[in-house]
Design a binder for this molecule. Structure first.
Ligand SMILES: Nc1nc2c(c(=O)[nH]1)N[C@H]1C(S)=C(S)[C@@H](COP(=O)(O)OP(=O)(O)OC[C@H]3O[C@@H](n4cnc5c(=O)[nH]c(N)nc54)[C@H](O)[C@@H]3O)O[C@H]1N2
Ligand SMILES: Nc1nc2c(c(=O)[nH]1)N[C@H]1C(S)=C(S)[C@@H](COP(=O)(O)OP(=O)(O)OC[C@H]3O[C@@H](n4cnc5c(=O)[nH]c(N)nc54)[C@H](O)[C@@H]3O)O[C@H]1N2
Ligand code: SF4
Ligand SMILES: [Mo]
Length: 713
């Protein structure tokens, strides 16, 4: 079979706004969305240059520098695959549509599921949510953001009535007198961000990092707290206890701008410093120093990332840090506040436009009748035809192929075989499907077990918008068209909707190319997204591509084209019914799986500088160093007779991994660390468990019980 071009009408690219041989765009990877310029040389090679943007100030990390190598990579998918064999686009589409019809006829509409990603542009994330509800009419859509910042998102919504990762521009961070970073290793996960941290220290600021490992971020800080994994909730309660005991709260702020303080105050009374030292392992003196530094500061900022959030109590942990911030009167005070560091390139925008199980565009709730009516109007469908909330990411993956669970799934922008918790089980679930469809540019581990793989455009070949960790909407600009035979995510969704004969009536689509109610044209999709989000919490109605170009990005909410965006939230009030932030009393609780005689060590997982996520992209770049490893403390290594570099096996109740040992003094003796970027025997998620946060449904990626042994030949 010869590869064919995708249906030609579906893959138009916008006329490029700049010279086709050079565009100003942003990095494909993380939420910092560093500015970069892409140039195509006369030989057709794409070169990356750093471009000054407020988040990166001219810096890029190794991943950004090498990102263009994937465009012409020899392993890039160039043709659809059906059952592992090259196929035409027509054959692939027929196979998918037949499969979807067969599954839905036999098992009902919800038997076809969709799994999205926080790397998708706003236009794609929006279209994916609409595709699930209008074209597939399934409730079952969720995405990898559930594994990312969902705990901070849920806590932000609960306390502030809104979830925007940073409620202030990044520039504020450099000016903080005291900065508290909990479970964030930005020196490796967002390297250009480290400049803000350096500047903050150089200005004489206090910088405190909470991490069970002495990471490069922690080592640079003025104070490092090294707690037992999974004890940040106790730590936060303990800090607030000290603030109360030493009379450091802001009573006027608490009275005017919050509700619920009494209950919170009563709860923290039980977390006296000596008890918190026992629970966390952090010395009382360090707890006191931290509480006092926050209270003494004119400008204080508290930031959480995955280390604090990826727990079965992630929402309550973030809530406890928000309570601490509120008791000190920080949110809304100039240069102060609480924020979460969003991770994926469009982790922020990806959680606003409806690829989450319980959500409609504009951060609307899918069970809110007014929200359903508004969005149905934009989509040209009957509000009653929009399904209700579906299963959350892990629950969805775990239900695949099970009685009553989905029998087919379409994946856009995630590689759960590597990145899902309890991954061996999830891989079996994926394999048990009647139909698995994956859109990707490489044969990821998940694509490798799919029935149909569709090759799609990479970031330098498409236009669209992304919303960075500050809530700033940015433009992704195409340098060139996708290679022949390669489609786009938007075109795939438009074509499938059209072939399924379920497109909505398309009334709302104006301008650009249209395919019933689904456009493959990102500009037209964004225009529709503006209307769909109008009046929602994440209101993009006033954001246009033209404004984003002219204003170096626009911060949401931005309800009207003649209104400025909103770089700083909460200056006047909180978007709750009474305008006050809600303080919610929370209690510490143990980790889901405590260590015991059989599994006596904690395992925590995370990232290294040179690799990105499941590694589907960065592992293919030869210049980026990589390979799985397990970090352990020299005392532990000596006790077990393990030398640096020795192969070791780590076992949990779910499975095992093997990798070389890295003996380092920077980790607690009771804790191991493994990066989750690798597959096969080096897959850290073979070990992780599936305990979920009761509210966010976030898995406990950051702690499980394991044992380690040398691999004897
Ligand atoms: N190089 C690189 N950069 C990335 C990514 C990548 O894959 N690679 N991914 C992007 C994405 S999607 C995300 S979400 C961000 C994540 O960015 P980060 O949250 O900074 O990254 P992690 O390494 O997952 O976790 C941060 C730290 O949490 C610590 N930690 C582990 N357990 C605990 C705990 O119980 N309490 C506390 N306080 N800390 C703990 C770990 O030791 C680790 O150093 O990075 C983004 N940037
Ligand atoms: N143990 C452990 N596990 C974790 C974590 C952890 O800290 N520890 N972190 C979790 C977190 S925070 C995250 S965000 C997840 C991330 O894990 P994944 O969801 O697996 O993320 P990626 O590896 O970025 O997968 C993206 C896939 O989609 C492809 N892709 C990229 N862009 C596009 C696009 O625009 N369209 C299409 N169709 N495909 C695209 C890439 O080639 C890649 O195969 O992992 C989670 N898993
Ligand atoms: S920090 Fe993030 S956005 Fe910036 S170059 Fe590195 S991966 Fe890309
Ligand atoms: Mo993430």
């Amino acid at each position: 079979m010869t590869p064919s071009a995708p249906p030609a009408t579906r893959v138009t690219a916008l006329p490029l706004l700049e010279s086709a041989r050079e565009v100003a765009t942003h990095c494909p990877y993380c939420a910092l969305q560093c500015g970069m310029t892409l140039r195509e040389t006369p030989q057709g090679r794409v070169e990356v240059a750093a471009r000054d943007f407020p988040t990166n100030r001219g810096g890029l990390c190794q991943k950004g520098w090498t990102s263009a190598e994937l465009l012409d990579h020899p392993e890039r998918l160039t043709t659809p695959l059906v059952e592992g064999q090259p196929a035409t686009w027509d054959e692939a589409y027929d196979f998918i549509v037949d499969g979807v019809r067969r599954v839905q006829d036999a098992h009902g509409r919800d038997a076809v599921a969709v799994f999205g990603g926080g790397g998708l542009t706003n236009e794609k994330a929006y279209t994916l949510g609409k595709f699930a509800r209008v074209a597939l009419r399934t409730a079952n859509i969720d995405y990898n953001g559930r594994f990312c910042m969902s705990s901070a998102a849920a806590a932000g919504n609960r306390s502030f009535g809104i979830d925007r990762g940073l409620p202030f521009p990044m520039a504020d961070i450099a000016e903080a007198d005291t900065l508290l970073l909990i479970g964030a290793n930005v020196a490796e996960t967002m390297p250009p961000f480290a400049r803000y941290l350096t500047e903050q220290r150089q200005r004489g600021g206090t910088q405190i990092v909470v991490d069970p490992r002495a990471t490069p971020t922690a080592r640079a800080a003025t104070l490092h707290l090294q707690p037992t994994p999974g004890t940040d909730l106790a730590l936060a309660l303990g800090l607030l206890h000290i603030v109360v005991a030493e009379g450091l709260t802001d009573p006027a702020y608490l009275a005017e701008r919050t509700t619920g303080w009494d209950a919170v105050r009563k709860t923290v009374a039980g977390y006296w410093p000596a008890r918190v030292e026992l629970l966390t392992g952090v010395p009382v003196a360090d707890l006191e120093a931290t509480a006092r530094a926050l209270a003494a500061a004119d400008r204080a900022i508290i930031l959480t990332a995955r280390g604090a959030e990826q727990h079965a109590k992630g929402v309550d942990t973030v809530t406890a840090f928000i309570n601490l911030a509120l008791a000190l009167g920080l949110p809304g005070r100039p240069g102060s506040g609480y924020g979460c560091l969003t991770g994926q390139g469009n982790g922020q925008g990806g959680r606003e436009h409806g690829q989450k199980a319980d959500q409609l565009p504009g951060y609307r709730k899918i069970d809110d009748p007014a929200a359903r009516a508004h969005v149905a109007g934009v989509w040209g469908v009957d509000p009653d035809s929009i399904p209700g909330p579906g299963l959350s990411a892990y629950e969805l993956l775990d239900a695949l192929g099970q009685p009553g669970g989905p029998k087919a799934m379409l994946v856009f922008g995630s590689n759960p075989v590597v990145s899902a918790p309890r991954a061996a089980r999830i891989t079996e679930r994926l394999k048990s499907l009647d139909l698995l469809v994956v859109c990707d540019f490489f044969l990821s581990e998940t694509a490798a077990i799919a029935d149909v793989v569709l090759p799609v455009a990479q970031w330098a070949e498409e236009d669209g918008t992304m919303t960075n960790l500050e809530g700033r909407v940015l433009r992704r600009r195409a340098l060139r068209k996708p290679p022949p035979g390669i489609g786009t995510d938007l075109a795939v969704m438009a074509e499938l909707a059209s072939r399924l004969g379920r497109t909505g009536d398309g009334r709302s689509v104006t301008g650009g190319e249209r395919s019933g109610g689904f456009s493959a044209e990102p500009y037209a999709v964004f225009e529709e997204l503006r209307r769909a989000t109008a009046g929602g919490v994440a209101d993009y109605a006033g954001v246009t591509w033209e404004r984003v170009d002219a204003e170096n990005g626009v911060f949401w909410p931005c309800p009207a084209a003649d209104r400025a965006g909103t770089p700083r939230l909460f200056e006047e009030g909180f978007p709750t019914p009474d305008g006050r932030a809600r303080m919610i009393a929370v209690e510490h609780r143990p980790v889901a799986e405590e260590i015991d005689a059989e599994y006596p060590l904690y395992l925590t997982t995370g990232r290294v500088l040179a690799q990105y996520q499941s590694g589907a992209q960065t592992r293919r770049i030869a210049a980026l160093p990589g390979g799985p490893f397990v970090e352990l403390h020299p005392d532990l290594a000596e006790r077990l007779g393990i030398d640096d570099g020795d192969p070791v096996r780590v076992l949990s109740r779910r499975g095992e991994m093997t990798a070389p040992a890295r003996v380092v003094t920077t980790i607690r003796p009771d804790t191991l660390f493994a990066p989750f970027h690798y597959s096969g025997t080096g897959r850290a998620n073979s070990l992780t468990g599936d305990a979920l946060d009761p509210i966010s449904r976030m898995p406990e990626f950051k702690v499980c019980a394991v044992r380690i042994e040398p691999v004897t030949p």
